[in-house]
Design a protein around this ligand. Structure first.
Ligand SMILES: Nc1ncnc2c1ncn2[C@@H]1O[C@H](COP(=O)(O)OP(=O)(O)OP(=O)(O)O)[C@@H](O)[C@H]1O
Ligand SMILES: [Zn+2]
Length: 331
């Protein structure tokens, strides 16, 4: 297929919104929409209708990639392949994203995690440029980890969930039971935004910089980084999400140095300023990552030379119910 005729579909499926878009093979945006996440029927009908309409106006979409919250069934030969499995999000457990969209759309589809999608976006335009192996972590409503290994997003045998690893308790945090509905005091149960709210009795947005919640959350996030460092030895760990406010980066770096304990000369030589980095691809990294995954599924290669022009206009921002603007850390 000549790349001129390629049309890419992308969906970034999130707990509050689904961002859908169509792009040309050179990454230029042709069409986009933001759909609030309500019931699965209503939301997925609107997603399918957007792509049906886009096809009627722009022509056949070559491939559609969906990057989604999960956990997801990602094993192609599993009976529930394409489904969100056991999410705490009401109504969305056992919803098969791929099957439902296929009912309305005759387009080759691929599915990956939202964090792997963001990692692909960061590799194209952000803090992962030039890197073959790195991790993308988000600490927000949940804790998610995307992993890029040798230039490809890592899926494992199925959806990895490093946000739910077990952590040693931080000093002074021995009794909080954690908020993960499945594990209580896993990492997400201890360090996500809702965990901080439950632990300290107020939303993290209201904490001053010297609030004890920050070093404690940094200790847990550094614990994740310690484990990722020893298991995967990434070139970089990119960390974003609402909890990662600018002052958190140095706290995480300092805690990580402490936790690594001076082990191994190559780790002692790590430049923490670049090893622990903020995302820089912008809020549209996930959708751009989805387009790149769609491009790769058609051509077998990653896109090269996509310009960021226009990508900052992707309509992803939404003011949440409490009126607090989403924040993208820039460190
Ligand atoms: N300025 C802030 N300071 C501290 N915490 C914040 C701030 N903004 C958002 N948060 C926390 O981050 C959480 C929301 O995370 P985020 O903004 O990354 O959205 P999300 O996309 O819903 O999360 P996720 O990455 O899990 O999908 C909330 O629990 C909120 O308390
Ligand atoms: Zn958990």
């Amino acid at each position: 297929m000549s790349t001129q005729s390629i049309l890419l579909g992308g969906v970034e499926a999130g707990g509050t919104k689904f961002i859908c878009g169509v792009a040309a093979a050179d990454g230029v945006i042709i069409d986009q929409i933001r759909i609030p996440t309500t019931s699965p029927d209503e939301t997925l009908d609107a997603v399918a209708a957007f792509f049906v309409d886009a096809q009627s106006r722009h022509g056949q979409i070559s491939a559609l990639a969906i990057v989604s919250f999960g956990p997801l069934s990602l094993k192609a030969d599993a009976p529930d392949f394409g489904a969100i499995t056991s999410t705490p999000k009401p109504g969305w457990s056992d919803v098969n994203l791929l099957a439902r969209l296929r009912r309305r759309l005759d387009v080759p589809m691929t599915l990956d995690t939202d964090v792997n999608g963001a990692a692909v976006g960061e590799r194209l335009f952000g803090s992962g440029q030039g890197l073959e192996s790195f991790c993308y972590v988000t600490v927000g409503t949940g804790v998610g980890v995307g992993v890029m290994i040798d230039g490809a997003p890592h899926g494992g045998a199925n959806h990895p969930e490093a946000g739910h690893i077990r952590m040693p308790r931080a000093k002074g945090d021995e009794t909080f039971s954690g908020v993960c509905p499945f594990h209580g005091d896993c990492l997400e149960g201890l360090a996500s935004g809702p965990a901080l709210q439950a632990r300290w009795g107020a939303a993290a947005e209201t904490f001053y910089h010297d609030h004890p919640a920050w070093p404690m959350a940094a200790e847990y996030i550094a614990g994740l980084c310690t484990n990722l460092t020893y298991t995967l030895r990434p070139e970089r760990i990119i960390i974003g999400g609402g909890v990662m406010q600018p002052h958190m980066y140095d706290l995480v770096r300092q805690a990580l140095v402490r936790q690594l304990g001076g082990y191994d000369a190559s780790l002692r030589g790590l430049d923490m300023k670049t090893y622990i980095a903020a995302p820089t691809a912008g809020v549209s990294a996930g959708l751009i990552g989805a387009w790149a995954l769609a491009y790769r599924s058609v051509t077998g290669t990653w896109p090269k030379g996509w310009a960021t022009q226009g990508h900052d206009q992707i309509e992803v921002e939404m003011v949440d119910a409490t009126g607090i603007e989403p924040v993208t850390p820039s460190v």
